[in-house]
Design a protein around this ligand. Structure first.
Ligand code: BMA
Length: 331
């Protein structure tokens, strides 16, 4: 394939990778060794899913959502030399910071964003209801927690990996205190990662009649990937069925300097729960992407996603595959 869209970022020659199977006509294909992390991946884990990985030194580090066997949601650090075989800590991350903020109710669905030399973690933080927690680490050993970005209720906080027009940018999805039956994506700005404002609508659900898989709620997934065409945002879209919510994956392109402006967005989902480990688990029929590795040299992308709220999988694509799919099947 001719490589047309450029990923703006670092080369990642050791990105986990498998070529697209010849019989596959989808824009995304799964790793043949999925799931890469099983539900009992640590001593007390009930499930390990919806987790975030990044390149770190010559290998990879990550922040993992493990629900323990009390079904308490918390964040755990992990390391891997190849991005596929992970060693995850048996004890949760301890953040330093203001006591009122670091007191743990629950923490889940982390994203990790490298901005400069620092790794920022955003997650859904229990603080009298779900809101967006923010912290950082420089070494994946010491973790500092900042203020919650918003008042409750909010979920799916995802930082952009660089300042835009001088400010930090954070995607989020205002929600309720339960299994929210609505949800649109907004973006907010900050000069210091503490005070957030200038909230702008990015995009919302789509009509049931024309793009039903994303008619109940949408939420940002991995950290947006900067490309020559715009920010590539993978997201989850949800439909409420007679058997409950079904979570699938879509893609959108946002303007590089004004990320509240949507350039295009998939009408068709790009991946849905089809494999047994995505259809069966603690919460059936969920694919939930929280991280993506990208190689600027080859355009390869490895997506990490939670499967049925139980295990973790990897899927592959390229920037050209995704952008040509989006352009031919845009809303
Ligand atoms: C959302 C979050 C996610 C989860 C999804 C499906 O509200 O709790 O962590 O994957 O529901 O259960």
């Amino acid at each position: 394939m001719i490589f047309m869209t450029k990923i703006i970022g670092d080369a990642l020659p050791n990105i986990p990778w498998q070529d697209k199977p010849t019989a596959c006509h989808e824009p995304i294909w799964r790793y043949s060794g999925n799931p890469i992390i099983q539900r009992h991946g640590t001593v007390i884990a009930n499930s390990i899913f919806n987790s975030a990985v990044v390149p770190f030194k010559d290998s990879f580090a990550g922040v993992f959502r493990c629900d323990d066997r009390a079904v308490t949601m918390n964040l755990y650090v992990g390391f891997s030399s190849d991005g596929l075989d992970w060693e995850i800590s048996d004890t949760p991350i301890v953040f330093s910071g203001e006591k009122a903020v670091t007191a743990v109710e629950y923490r889940y669905d982390p994203r990790v964003t490298k901005i400069g030399d620092r790794y920022y973690i955003t997650w859904c933080n229990g603080y009298h209801g779900p809101t967006i927690g923010i912290g950082y680490t420089d070494d994946f050993k010491h973790f500092v927690q900042l203020e919650n970005a918003f008042l409750p209720f909010n979920r799916n906080g995802v930082l952009f990996p660089r300042k835009i027009r001088g400010n930090y940018y954070l995607l989020s999805r205002p929600s309720d205190n339960g299994h929210t039956p609505f949800g649109d994506i907004f973006v907010s700005e900050s000069t210091d990662l503490v005070y957030w404002g200038r909230h702008r609508f990015v995009f919302g659900t789509a009509p049931f009649a024309s793009s039903g898989w994303q008619c109940t709620k949408v939420g940002a997934g991995p950290v947006p990937i900067e490309t020559s065409e715009g920010w590539l945002l993978l997201y989850h879209g949800v439909i409420n069925t007679c058997n409950g919510f079904v979570y699938r994956m879509g893609a959108a392109l946002l303007d590089r300097e004004h990320p509240d402006q949507v350039l295009c967005r998939t009408k068709y989902y790009i991946m849905g729960p089809e494999m047994p480990y995505e259809q069966c688990g603690d919460v059936p029929n969920v694919v939930f992407p929280c991280a993506a590795l990208a190689d600027a040299n080859t355009g390869r992308i490895a997506i990490y996603y939670g499967c049925a709220d139980t295990v973790t999988g990897v899927a592959f694509t390229t920037v050209d595959e995704l952008i040509s799919f989006m352009k031919s099947h845009s809303i």
